[in-house]
Structure formats: C-alpha cells, structure tokens
Design a protein around this ligand. Sequence first.
Ligand SMILES: Nc1ncnc2c1ncn2[C@@H]1O[C@H](COP(=O)(O)OP(=O)(O)OP(=O)(O)O)[C@@H](O)[C@H]1O
Length: 786
Amino acid sequence: MADPSRPLPPPSDDPFLVLARGKEGGFVSLEEIDESQYAFIGGAFEPLGGEENKKNKKRDKKNASSSFEPKKRKRGGESESSAVEDDDGGEKETEKKRPMKKKKKKNSRNKKKSNQVEASENGENKDGLVEEGKVEGDVREELLLREDEVYAWKELRLHPLLIKSIRRLGFSEPTPIQKACIPAAAHQGKDVIGAAETGSGKTLAFGLPILQRFLDEREKVARSVQEDAKSAEERFKGGPLRALIVTPTRELALQVCDHLIEAAKFLDVQVVPIVGGMSMEKQERLLKRRPEIIVGTPGRLWELMSAGDQHLTELHSLSFLVLDEADRMIEYGHFHELQSIIDMLPVINSSGKQSVQSTPNCETMPILQRKKRQTFVFSATIALSDNFRKKLKRGLSTSKLSMPGSLSSIETLSERAGMRPDAAIVDLTNAAIVANKLEQSFIECGEEDKDAYLYYMLSVHGQGRTMVFCTSIAALRHISSLLRILDITSWTLHAQMQQRARLKAIDRFRGNENGVLVATDVAARGLDIPHVRTVVHYQLPHSAEVYIHRSGRTARASADGCCIALISPSDKTKFYSLCKSLSKETLRQFPIDDAYMPEVMKRLSLARRIDKIIRKNSQESAKKNWLERNAESVEVALEVSDNEEERVKSYNQKKITSGLLKKLQQELNDCLARPLQPKSFSHRFLAGAGVSPLLQQQLEVLSKRRSSEKPSLNKNRRSGLFVIGQDCVEPLQALRSAGHEVCVNVEKKREMQILAEQWKRKRREEKKCAREQKRKERRKLKEGRK
Ligand SMILES: Nc1ncnc2c1ncn2[C@@H]1O[C@H](COP(=O)(O)OP(=O)(O)OP(=O)(O)O)[C@@H](O)[C@H]1O
C-alpha cells in the first residue's frame, strides 16, 4: 500500500505530472490516457519506505569505508587485484588507485577507474606493495562523527587511535556483542566464546580487543625503555605473528581482513589475508614482511605451514587465535587442516601461559613474550552444552595430545585450541536466533513453479539487492541461465568458480543496487554486502544453521530485510522441522498477485524453451569439440559422414532449430519490451501494482524519447493527463502490507485439523439429531390428527 503520509510533489507547470501517492500501490489513479505520454520527473522515483531507505543511505554514506569494496583496499599493503591470479594462473598486473579524498571515493565506479594511475606514482614497491607512509601522507581523513558522538565507545576504554577509526567509520555506539566482548577480551584478557545474531558486528567484537592489546603493549614497551610511541611501533615491526584469524571461506577472510584494516587505519599494523585461489608466491612474499595479523582459510594456511613457512610456524608469540564461524569449520569433520593448525600452536600450560620454544627470530620484547594466548570463538550459531565450563576445567588437566579423534564439536575445538576455564561466554542470540529485523516468509508452490515465483519476485518486487540461495550448483546454473534469458541482471557465486570470478561477482553485485546474486551456501556465512533487501531460499538448506546464516545476509546492523522460502510439497517436512527448530509457530505467507501470473508463465515458458535449445546446442558442440580434441591427441582422423542424405538431414535440422530459436527469442523480446503487467492491466488506463526496475527503466527510455522530440511537435498535441506515479513495492513492503500469518507448527496444525474434524462430526450429529427430532415430532403430530 502506498504510504499516505508521503507528501505530494510540489505543483509543477510541467504537463508530465508525477503523482507519487497511490491507492493500491502502483500507479496512482485510473486516468484515461489518450495519446499517452510518459514522463519521468526528477530521475528515479522514491521507493516506498523512503524514510527508512534514506536512513540506510545515510548510514551507508557514513559507513562508506565499511562497505568493503575489495579493490579499493590494500591488505597487508597491497590491493586485492594485485594478489589475485589471472585465469591463466599468472598474476594480474598491479594496479593501484590514486589515493582520493572521501568525497571522490563516493563517485561512480567508472570515475574511480579513470582515476587509476601507475603503481609507481603511489609509492608502490616492486612487489606491488604500498609503502604505508606515502599513502598515509596523501589521505586526509574525514571523520564522520564528532568526538562527543562516540561517547558510548569511550566507556569501553578503547585507545584514542581506535576511537578515531571508529569515528571515521561512523559507528556512534558499540553493538551489544561489542559491548559485552570488548571489556572481557581487551581489558580482562579473557578468552571469549561469542554468539550473536547475524550482522551484529562480531568482527569488531574480536578485532578491536586485538588492536587494543597491540596498542597497550606498545605503550608499555615505550614506557619501559623510555622511548616515544613511534619508536615502539618501529620496534614491533617485522616481529612474529601475533594474531591468527581463521574463517571458513575465502570471501569472508578477505572481508574480515578489510574490516580490520579499516579499524587499524591509524595504527601501523599489517593485516594480511592468506586464502586459497590466490597466488601462493605472492602470499609467501607477503609473509616475509612478517605481518602481525593474518586472516586466512584453513586450507591455504595449512599448506603454507606444512611447507615450513617461517612466519606461520614461529608461533611462540601468538597472542590471539580467532575462530570465526567456528561451527562451520567443524561441520562434517571437513576441516582436517584446522585441526593440524591448532596442533601446531604452542601448548598452553596450567598457568595459562604458552610454552615457548626459542627460535632465531624470537626477538620480541621479553615482557610480552610469555603472556597468555587468548582464544576467541565466534558465530551466530553456536551450541554449547550446559556443563561446557566444567568440561573446560576437566580438559585443562589433560594435555591436548591426550585428546584423540577429530574436532567434532565447538566444545572440543575450543578445548583443543587452549580455551581457559574462565572464558567469557557471551550468548546474545534470541530464541528465534535470526536477526531481529528480519521478516521471514514463504511461498507454497509446486517444484516446477519455483522459477515462476522467483521471476515474479524479481520483476514485480525487484527493488534492492536480492540474494537467491540454492543447495546445488545444477539448480544455480538453471536459474542463472533462465534469468539471463529473461533479461534480469544477475551474477553467480559457487565453490567451483575461479577465485577471481568469485570476487568479481561479489564486486559487481555490490555495485548494482538492484542486482541479483544467485549463490550456493559458499555465500551463506559472513558476507557483508550493504542493502541486501531480500534473501530467497530457492532450495531449502540442509540445516537450520545454514538457513539462519543465509537469511542473515539481509537485515544486517540496523537495517531491515526479508527472506522468502519457496516451499514445494517435497520441502514441506523439512520446512516444518526448520520452523520448529526456530521456535516458529506461525510464518507469513508471501502475498502473490495472481493477475501477474499468466504473463509470468508465458515469459517463463518461452525462456525455458530457449534455454533447452541453447543447452542442447552447447552440449552438441561440446561433444563435437571433445571428439575432435581426443581424435587429434591420438592422431586419428575423425570419420566425416559421406552419406549425403544424413548431411542434408542434419543441416535441415539445424536450420529448423535456429529458426525456432530466433522466433522464440523474438517473441520473448516482444514480451520483455513491455512492462510486466497484470492480466487486468488496461492499456487505456495506466494502472497496476508495483513498478519493477525493468518498468522503471522502460519509462525512463520513453520519457527521454519524448523530451528529445522537437518541442514544435509537442505544441499542437492535446495534452492529456499523464499519470506517472510509482510505488516501488519491495518484497518487505509487500509482505508487511499483505502477508498473512499461517500456522507452521505441524503438531498444532494436526491438532487443529483433528479439532475441526471433531467439530464437523459433532455438527453433523447435531443436525442429524435435529432432523430425527423433527421427524418424530411430525410423526407424533400426524398420529395426533388421526
Ligand atoms: N558499532 C557498530 N555500529 C554500526 N555498524 C556496525 C558496528 N559494528 C559493525 N558494524 C557494521 O555492521 C555490519 C555487520 O558487521 P559484521 O560483519 O561484523 O557482523 P557479524 O556479526 O560478523 O555478521 P555474520 O554473523 O553474518 O558474520 C558491518 O557492515 C559493520 O561495518
């Protein structure tokens, strides 16, 4: 429904009047359009919920530096682009962007690209690494918050340099998990197990204590040897590894790395990502610079560790071990590497200190050397048993070598990583576990109708970024191919893609405000992409945890968002048990305007037929290529059919297929050229609900076309009423205004069914009795008359 409180636009002399206030959503009033003229005034229409979006935009503007655009950042002193392998395995030529002031950074991507300059201009050395000082000097920092606006942070007694970073990021107050974890981790030196909803700021909850301790140590050293902070900083450079952060996916590691770089903006601390899919040589070179903090994935970390990389194996001064998304890393016993990494760590003795072996590089300040290592274990979904603390205590008395077997639970993992019994256990998850501002919903449909409902969602309610999750790569390919044919801009992300393509997909998705990312569960955890408004579960995940993480890609930080599960009859059992584990009794059914469905189905059917032909063609050509390649490799000439009749037949077949393909494509193009309209749509009246990005784009084209027409042509034309109004009814708005609650508790449903049946039976019996009674009375009456 349109927001009645939204003010009408100011009166305009322009004949193209924009009416922004609708009745039923969509175009505002039913006005006849003779010689219809369309117009767009003031560019994009303001979407419904504009206030909220404005707030979000403001936040986003503020947090410009927290919406991590990988290419803008330098990790461990290098740009991501310089660390990513080319498809052919070679390293991409190093490019570095000219350090720009914040305002310039906000300009369009293209503008940014044009600002790219030679690496040498930016003070990059031959490894493509940026010399910290040179860049620092050029960047004039814009602090988004005033000193008094970060008062809430001061209570956490963070170092002024960290407060400065926070002001720059525009975070006015710590989130609850940060409030709970920072004092315990940074000032009491405790280990922490932290659980809080998705998007609640867990990265800084462990990141800030690490940086705080570094700063404390530096100051301590400076005081003890009576030197200034800068010299102390220098003294720490090139030292041993201080913090090792392990995450389950590469994208998450890169993102955490970026986040920490932002937080450590005013500290001279090197943070480096070590993940698979990137140049190993480059990473070895980075490690030679001896960064203090490493964020990595278990596979590549172990690869380098087992190859004996000095920086990764000299762990005597490791002060922090962080296991982010810890529950994912122990799933299915996948991460043998994690186990091996943990086994490499120095054993923590009963006093909580590490047993240190001297190494040639062990030149850290003695004061710090034997300080206990802190372990942080974080996730949105951590299940701990009631007697976990007791178990930790017991575990301490046994050496880690006495714990055979693999890491099968968070508890074993924590224990094995050296978690101390006095660890702070911070569990801020609510009963429903999902993010507070997340609206959950579902659509019941047949398996084969999922595509239609997905297309409906993306075209009728396509505003804002959408992530579509599948469990299988086959389903992902199927969807992305259909969406491409249906002209919906989308990108894919799955584990079989090259790392470079994965990062590119995320980057492009991030850069398109109405973009669609079709992903497998590789994107389910941790990814922090601003303004993801909707998450669609095209296929249900295998566990409730994955559902929570997937859904958590929206409604992050203070934003809201919604998720929609497409439920086919075969998904029902799984779906009900999912709802049960989320303690959900009722769930909203997503409202569907059936009037759109005939057109949706028509387009989809055309797209499916096109897809089938394209697939068949590409399979045939792949088969042919394969045969040719193999024949060539064994030096055998392929037999060419000399049967004229067969050749003609195959030629004709190809001609028919290509003719059919062209015809179908033309038909689909014709459909797509028109805005998606409900069945009830009248071409004489501009009316209807919801304007998709596609329609918006088409109206823009029409309006441009009209404005470019000669004014003299317009003069004599009868000025009809031009009704252009728009309600960008994004899924969340549609859900809030028209979604109705449905019971999803199977037992309750069954109980209600039984009750309903009992009630019906009772009614039947009552009616029967009443009939019987009446019959008796009639009979009595008859007999009385006789
Ligand atoms: N104090 C804060 N105030 C406002 N925004 C914050 C604050 N701390 C972090 N954020 C922002 O909140 C978003 C989510 O943070 P983060 O990725 O750390 O969440 P998370 O809890 O790790 O999520 P997930 O469980 O999905 O991994 C990020 O964009 C981050 O910049």
